[in-house]
Design a protein around this ligand. Structure first.
Ligand code: 13P
Length: 257
């Protein structure tokens, strides 16, 4: 899945919906809306990161999008209870995974664990959405240096040849699950810092290839402005992806020429 159609619109379902039946219904209705869209959508126009247990079922019915996971284990030692490794997700129908989401970090994921997850997922040729974002901003802009250090540390076990399957999502923690998103200008500045970090690790040619997304209180009102003015290649969307009407509007608006 190296050649991607832009923009990349990813819904992060977190712990919704409550049942497999609801999840199947959602995807079928979403696809019906995509099929009847007046806007010409690409063959694959959305991504959904769902609870792992739904992946094989959803990937069977999902024809116009990609289904993926919200986390992954970075250790494939065979004796870790409750962990799911990239090869298992891939063989169960997943097309991608998210790694390093702030809600996973908040539950205790360490930088070392994250670096193993990124290495294993990318070595397994899995499209990998690596999330990074500051908890708060300081006037001096030190958070930019912290984000760059996070990228460097998290990708320390990843060789540059694996960058093809890497996507970075800028998700400021203060904007997730709230009312106020970052401004496109704030987003743009961070995209530059993230590309600088990637260029320092792997060189400018590799850094240019990596797609960067924005996430944090994306709605159908603001989605398009991040793509038009925020310098990103797509979006990672929480709450608005859990509503069929709003998510389908975002998909259509963002793919409209
Ligand atoms: P919200 O869009 O609900 O703020 O969540 C963002 C997010 O966490 C996407 O991964």
């Amino acid at each position: 899945m190296n050649k991607r159609t832009l923009p990349i619109i990813i819904g992060n379902w977190k712990t919704t919906p409550a049942t497999l039946q609801d999840a199947l219904k959602f995807v079928k209705q979403l696809e019906a809306k995509c099929k009847t869209s007046k806007i010409k959508l690409p063959k694959k126009s959305y991504y959904l990161a769902t609870p792992d247990i739904f992946i094989p079922y959803l990937s069977d019915v999902c024809k116009l999008g990609f289904i993926g996971s919200q986390n992954v284990s970075g250790l494939s030692l065979g004796q870790i209870t409750g962990a799911t490794i990239p090869s298992q997700l891939l063989s169960g129908g997943a097309d991608f995974t998210i790694i390093g989401h702030s809600e996973v970090r908040a539950r205790g994921e360490t930088a070392e664990e994250r670096s193993h997850k990124l290495a294993l997922a990318l070595q397994s040729k899995m499209t990998t959405i690596f999330c990074v974002g500051e908890k708060t901003r300081d006037k001096e802009g030190e958070y930019l240096g912290e984000l760059e250090a996070d990228v460097k540390e998290s990708l320390s076990l990843v060789t540059r040849s694996l960058f093809d399957n890497l996507i970075i999502a800028y998700e400021p923690v203060w904007a997730i699950g709230g009312k106020t998103p970052a401004t496109p200008q704030e987003c743009f500045e961070v995209v530059i810092a993230l590309r600088r970090a990637l260029a320092n690790i792997a060189g400018i040619d590799y850094a240019k290839k990596v797609h960067v997304l924005y996430g944090g209180t994306v709605t159908d009102d603001n989605a398009r402005t991040f793509i038009d003015e925020g310098g990103v290649d797509g979006l990672l969307i929480g709450r608005a992806s859990q509503d069929i009407n709003e998510f389908s509007r975002i998909i259509k608006n963002c793919h409209a020429k």
